[in-house]
Write a protein that binds this ligand. Structure first.
Ligand code: NA7
Length: 575
């Protein structure tokens, strides 16, 4: 039987940890798992404002919520799921998958739910972070309303899309019916037979409308800007295929590698340059879908065709959105909303429609708000509002000026429009675990250590990113999206290249990027220029033909050897 010390000691460390991770979504989970598997460290605390693991997949539970990245790409490389039921997984299935991973890696015992980090302050003398936690849960807050955790390293894994954004429309507060944001869905509200308005038609709006149309007496969708919608071609994954993936993982890895490579090479081009053939192909797919849905309504095709290039905003995949708009109980309103009344929505021109429910599929406070709800203060008490007074930026989207021993996941210029964000998160988590390793080593020696990015390197990196982004659809003069800063002058959310380029950039820590201070600095660096941390190589290195030839060749060699050995054995037995 395991010997446990008595009295138990874990509770005494309540306010102390080597690493604090803010957020229990995919990024926070990945960081925690990397601490366990790469740093052999369980001295960490995950702070989660909500009451469950899963981040965005826990927050977004609206009807029809699903992922628009193929399921095969939507898992950690080290926890691939052979059992996805569909080509594009639904929210509940993704959340169940994440729960299983949290369970497997024992993350629950590190996670404090209903615990919001309100501020985090770097202590220059102690060379540690002091994170203030507000307890949001009713019962837990009877013990105390909040407390502070001291840690050697701080990780922000709060994501880019965690603060729902309500539309700023006059009269919104005066509406007497029900209002819901899609990221705060109230399932206790009965939709049956209701008159429903949906504001917004981004990735969320186009998923929720087809489901609402099935139950509502009427749905009106308010569209300010049409999106580029192309077919999703969703199907279920057959039992045979799932069994094949389960019992022969190389088949799963190979299929994932093919999709990864296609997305990172071909699909990237759709978003990359408005003039290239792939971008034109996306326009054609959209036009074909419009024509197939409304064969005779040329005026509507024009109305629903965006005037900005594909890739400027999220490219939208759907098989059921346009068909839902053709249902008799669904209408489209493209006149601008002028105000919301006590009972409905008024559009320009004065027409008012009455509703029981207004659904705001209006997105999130993104862009400039990477750590919106947390007051972060670095060296000399410098607040993040000053560090980012111009634009949010970070070295590789991870390390911030004046913030020692700090790592951010899914930070500035790390979002994608062409592939799975999990691939980027894994690369960031891997990089952060490389920095944490040094801090843990210093901790073991009992010596302080502070690793902070150099301002000139950070700026040089961001200039390179911005220069590359200038040519992309994100920067097109007609493009207006949450990828840009509020003044519209700079793309602050998205990465400027392929996933492989990003992963390669993060496959080593160049110490020339950082100022390393503290008594442990000499011991840690030992004159080294860089620290190799590697990357997960998932792209296809060989074609299917070369692979098939190789496998056949290997089978032939093994077969030949067996035959040869068989003949030799027979000769031997005859003697
Ligand atoms: P998005 O992509 O930010 O979409 C928000 C939608 O809401 C978009 O169509 C907006 O129109 C619309 N919107 C916002 N405010 C208003 C007002 N006041 N009136 C009318 N329409 C409005 O959020 P999603 O939740 O759909 O998707 C977020 C991300 O999740 C997505 O990019 C994927 O990465 C997954 P606009 O285009 O601004 O004219």
């Amino acid at each position: 039987m395991e010997k446990r010390p008595w009295p138990q000691v874990e509770n005494k460390d309540f306010g102390d940890a080597a690493v604090v991770i803010i957020g229990a979504g995919i990024a926070g989970m990945c960081t925690a798992i990397d601490l366990i598997r790469k740093n052999n460290c369980r001295n960490f605390i995950i702070l989660e404002r909500g009451s469950g693991i899963g981040g965005t997949w826990n927050d977004n539970r609206y009807p029809g919520c699903c992922c628009d990245v193929p399921s095969i790409m939507y898992s950690f490389s080290f926890e691939q799921n052979p059992n996805w039921s569909r080509k594009y997984p639904g929210q509940e299935e993704i959340l169940n998958h994440l729960h299983a991973i949290a369970e497997k890696w024992g993350l629950y015992r590190h996670t404090r739910f209903n615990s919001a980090a309100t501020d985090a302050r770097w202590d220059d003398e102690e060379m540690k972070w002091k994170t203030t936690v507000k307890i949001c849960g009713d019962k837990d807050s009877e013990y105390s309303s909040g407390y502070t955790i001291t840690s050697d390293f701080l990780v922000s894994a709060v994501g880019q899309l965690n603060e729902p954004k309500m539309p700023s429309i006059p009269g919104l507060d005066s509406f007497k019916g029900k209002i819901m944001h899609t990221a705060r869905w109230d399932w206790s509200y009965d939709l049956e037979g209701k008159r429903i308005a949906v504001i917004g038609n981004g990735a969320t709006g186009i998923q929720v409308v087809p489901e609402l149309v099935k139950v509502a007496s009427h749905v009106t969708q308010y569209i300010r800007t049409p999106g580029w919608i192309i077919p999703r071609l969703d199907t279920s994954v057959s039992t045979l295929q799932r069994l094949a993936y389960q019992y022969s993982p190389p088949l799963l890895w190979r299929h994932r590698a093919e999709i990864f490579t296609w997305m990172d090479n071909t699909f990237k081009k759709v978003v990359w340059n408005p003039e290239n053939p792939e971008s034109k192909m996306a326009r054609q797919w959209n036009r074909a879908l419009l024509q197939a849905t409304w064969p005779k309504d040329e005026e509507l095709w024009e109305k629903l065709t965006p005037d900005y290039p594909p890739g400027c905003k999220r490219i939208l995949f759907s098989d059921d959105y346009y068909p839902a708009l053709t249902k008799p109980n669904c209408s489209l309103e493209m006149r601008p909303i002028s105000r919301i009344t006590e009972s409905g929505i008024e559009v320009e021109g004065g027409d008012v429609e009455e509703f029981d429910l207004i659904v705001c599929a209006t997105g999130f406070h993104a862009g400039a708000y990477f750590v919106r709800a947390i007051d972060v203060q670095g060296e000399g008490g410098r607040p993040i509002s000053d560090i980012w007074r111009h634009y949010p930026q970070a070295l590789y989207g991870i390390s911030l000026e004046s913030l020692p021993n700090f790592g951010m996941l899914y930070g500035p210029n790390t979002n994608l429009n062409h592939s799975s964000i999990i691939l980027m998160i894994e690369a960031q988590s891997n990089y952060i675990s490389g920095l944490v390793e040094e801090v843990l080593y210093a901790k073991k020696l009992g010596l302080p250590l502070a690793i902070t990015p150099k301002k000139d390197r950070l700026e040089e990196f961001n200039e390179m990113v911005q220069e590359k982004l200038k040519e992309t659809s994100y920067s097109h003069p007609t493009c207006n999206s949450w990828y840009k800063s509020p003044d519209g002058k700079r793309v602050v959310a998205n990465w400027c290249g392929s996933v492989v380029e990003y992963q390669t950039q993060l496959s080593k820590i160049a110490w020339s990027d950082y100022d390393v201070k503290g008594a442990a600095a000499e011991v840690v660096l030992k004159g080294k220029k860089e620290k190799k941390i590697g990357r997960v190589v998932e792209e296809t290195m060989v074609s299917n033909m070369a692979l098939a030839t190789g496998v056949l060749g290997a089978v032939a060699v093994v077969g030949g050897c067996l035959l040869h050995a068989n003949g030799y054995l027979r000769r031997f037995q005859r003697r």
